[in-house]
Design a protein around this ligand. Structure first.
Ligand SMILES: [Zn+2]
Length: 528
C-alpha cells in the first residue's frame, strides 16, 4: 500500500485524495485513471492500459509510482491527439477552414513538448496531467462540434441561402415597375437561382461547401440591395429572414424576451460571414439574446458574453471609437457590428482557451493576476522610493490609506496629518482610487516598475506589461481591461476590417484572427 510520503505526494502534488485513490485502486484500473485526471473523459483503451500499469506499481514505492504516473500520461495523450487529428481531417474534408482547430492542436503539442522536458518528476507529472486534460477536452469538444459544422457548411448554408433568396425575391416582386433598380435586381436574382441550381448538382461535399459559401455571400448582397431598394431596413419581415438564415445555418437559438426592435440580425449575419464557420458553430455559442435594459434600469448600450450566451443591448447606428493601431488615427466603426464580433471573440476564446494559455506572453499583453494586497505593495514601494522619501508616516498608516483607496474607501485626509504631508501623499492615493474598475482605469494607465495595475472586475485585480502597451497594437483602450478583452478587441478589429492583427501579437493568438496562418501551417493535420 502507498506509504506516508506517497500519500502526501498524491495529495499535495497531484491533488488526489488518498483514500479515494486507494479505494479506486481496488475498484479497478479505469477508476484510478479517472480519479487521477479528475473528471476528464477517460474511456480510451490507452487510459485503461496506463491505469493498470499504475495499479501494478502501487506497491513498489514512491519512485516507481512517479514513473508509472508519468508513463500513463503518454497513452491517453496520444489517444486524445489522434482523435483530435481525425476531427481536424473531417473539418478539412468538409471543405472548411481548419486553422483554428489546428492552432489549438499545435498549442497542446507545444505544451506537451515543454512538459516532458521538466526534470522534477512531480512537477512534470502535474504539467503532463494538465496537458492530458487539455487534449481530452479538445478532442471531446471537437467530436461534439465537427459533425455540426460539417452539416452547417452544406445543409445549413443551403437553408440560409434559400431564406435570403426568398426574402430578396419577395422584396423585389413588391417594387413598383417604375423603380429603376428593379430590372437589375431581378437579373441578379435569376443569376442567383442559376448558381443555386448548379451547386445542387455537385456531389462532393467539400466542393459544394466552398461554392455554397460564395453563393451565400452573393445571396446576402442581393438581399441587402433589395432591402435598400425597398427601404425596408429594420422591418420585421427582413429581421425574420435573417433570423431564419442564422438559426438554420449556425444552429444557435435567438431569443428576444422584451421584443426589442433593434435586433440588427442582418448585421449579425454579415459579421458572422467574416469569420471561419468553426468560430460560430461550436459548443460555446448556443444563444444570441437581446437585453434592452442594463442592471441599473438604464438603456443597455453594451453587450456581454457568458455561459455560451451572447447578449446584445439596444443599439441604433452609433459608431464606436476604435483607432488604427499603427497610426493611432480615429477609425470609428458601427458599434453593433463590432460588438457582435467582440462577443463572438469571447466565445471563441472560451472554446479554444486561447488567452488561458497565452496571456502571460509579451505577445499576449504580458498579463498577470494580482491581489489588492500586491497592488497596494507596488504603490507603497513606488511612493516610498519617490515622493514619499521625506514623509514621516508609519507603515501601517500608509498601508491602510493605500489599501483603503484601492478598496473603495475613498481619499480623505487623516485628522492628525499636516497639510504639507497630505499634499505629498494625496496624489498617490488619488491615483489608487482611480484604479478601481468603475473608473475606466485601462484608459489612464499608471506605470510602476514597467507594469500597470488595476481592478479589471469587482475584486479581480490584474497587471500588464507597459512595454507591450507602448507597441502599436492598441485598437481601443478597453482592450487593456483584462486578458479576455484584449483578445476580443483584437479579434473584432481584425475580422471587422479583414486585416491581420498588428505585429507584436503572438503567433499562437494571431492564428485565431483574420489572415492568421502561421500556427495552422505548422500543424501536421493542416497539411492535407
Ligand atoms: Zn468583452
Amino acid at each position: 500500500m502507498p506509504d506516508e510520503r506517497h500519500n502526501s505526494w498524491l495529495k499535495d502534488v497531484l491533488g488526489i485524495d488518498t483514500e479515494k485513490y486507494v479505494a479506486a485502486l481496488s475498484a479497478g484500473a479505469q477508476t484510478v485513471r479517472t480519479a487521477m485526471v479528475r473528471g476528464a473523459d477517460a474511456a480510451e483503451d490507452g487510459v485503461i492500459a496506463g491505469a493498470k500499469a499504475v495499479a501494478g506499481l502501487a506497491s513498489k514505492g514512491l519512485n516507481a509510482i512517479e514513473d508509472g504516473v508519468l508513463a500513463t500520461e503518454t497513452a491517453p495523450y496520444e489517444a486524445a491527439m489522434k482523435s483530435l487529428d481525425a476531427e481536424i481531417k473531417h473539418v478539412a474534408d468538409a471543405g472548411l477552414d481548419t486553422r483554428h482547430y489546428a492552432a489549438q492542436e499545435k498549442s497542446i503539442r507545444d505544451a506537451y513538448a515543454d512538459a516532458i522536458k521538466i526534470a522534477d518528476k512531480p512537477t512534470r507529472a502535474i504539467a503532463l496531467g494538465k496537458v492530458v486534460l487539455r487534449a481530452n477536452q479538445a478532442a471531446a469538444d471537437a467530436k461534439a462540434d465537427v459533425a455540426r459544422v460539417s452539416k452547417s457548411a452544406v445543409e445549413g448554408v443551403s437553408a440560409a441561402v434559400t431564406h435570403l433568396r426568398d426574402g430578396a425575391k419577395a422584396l423585389i416582386d413588391k417594387l413598383p415597375q417604375a423603380n429603376k433598380q428593379k430590372p437589375e435586381l431581378a437579373k441578379r436574382l435569376s443569376e442567383l437561382d442559376a448558381s443555386i441550381a448548379a451547386v445542387g448538382k455537385v456531389d462532393d461535399r467539400a466542393a459544394r461547401a466552398k461554392q455554397l459559401k460564395q453563393i451565400s455571400a452573393t445571396a446576402d448582397l442581393l438581399m441587402d440591395a433589395a432591402v435598400r431598394a425597398a427601404g425596408a431596413q429594420d422591418s420585421d419581415a427582413v429581421q425574420a429572414v435573417y433570423s431564419s438564415a442564422l438559426k438554420d445555418r449556425y444552429g444557435f437559438e435567438i431569443t428576444n424576451p422584451s421584443g426589442m426592435k433593434n435586433t440588427h440580425l442582418d448585421k449579425v449575419y454579415q459579421m458572422f460571414e467574416k469569420v471561419p464557420e468553426t468560430d460560430v458553430v461550436q459548443g460555446k455559442l448556443k444563444t444570441l439574446t437581446y437585453q434592452p435594459v442594463d442592471e441599473k434600469g438604464k438603456k443597455n448600450r453594451g453587450a456581454a458574453y457568458g455561459g455560451a450566451v451572447i447578449e446584445m443591448g439596444d443599439y441604433g447606428d452609433e459608431k464606436w471609437p476604435y483607432k488604427d493601431p499603427k497610426t493611432g488615427a480615429d477609425a470609428p466603426v458601427n458599434g453593433f457590428s463590432i460588438s457582435t464580433l467582440h462577443e463572438l471573440g469571447h466565445s471563441v476564446d472560451d472554446r479554444f482557451k486561447i488567452m488561458d494559455e497565452n496571456q502571460g506572453k509579451p505577445g499576449g499583453g504580458g498579463w498577470r493576476k494580482e491581489t489588492l494586497e500586491k497592488v497596494a505593495d507596488a504603490f507603497i514601494g513606488q511612493f516610498k522610493a519617490g515622493a514619499g522619501k521625506k514623509l514621516k508616516i508609519d507603515d501601517k498608516q500608509l498601508g491602510d490609506l493605500v489599501r483603503g483607496a484601492l478598496g473603495g474607501a475613498g481619499v480623505k485626509k487623516p485628522d492628525k496629518m499636516s497639510n504639507e504631508d497630505w499634499a505629498v501623499l494625496q496624489p498617490t492615493l488619488e491615483i489608487c482610487a482611480k484604479r478601481r474598475n468603475d473608473k475606466w482605469p485601462w484608459g489612464s494607465p499608471h506605470e510602476i516598475g514597467g507594469r500597470a495595475y488595476h481592478e479589471a472586475y469587482e475584486n479581480d485585480w490584474v497587471s500588464y506589461d507597459m512595454a507591450v502597451r507602448k507597441k502599436a497594437l492598441t485598437v481601443r483602450d478597453y482592450q487593456w481591461r483584462a486578458p479576455g478583452e484584449w483578445f476580443a478587441e483584437l479579434y473584432a478589429y481584425s475580422y471587422f476590417n479583414s486585416k491581420p492583427p498588428p505585429p507584436g501579437v503572438d503567433g499562437a493568438i494571431t492564428a485565431y484572427m483574420y489572415g492568421g496562418k502561421a500556427a495552422a501551417a505548422a500543424a501536421p493535420s493542416a497539411k492535407k
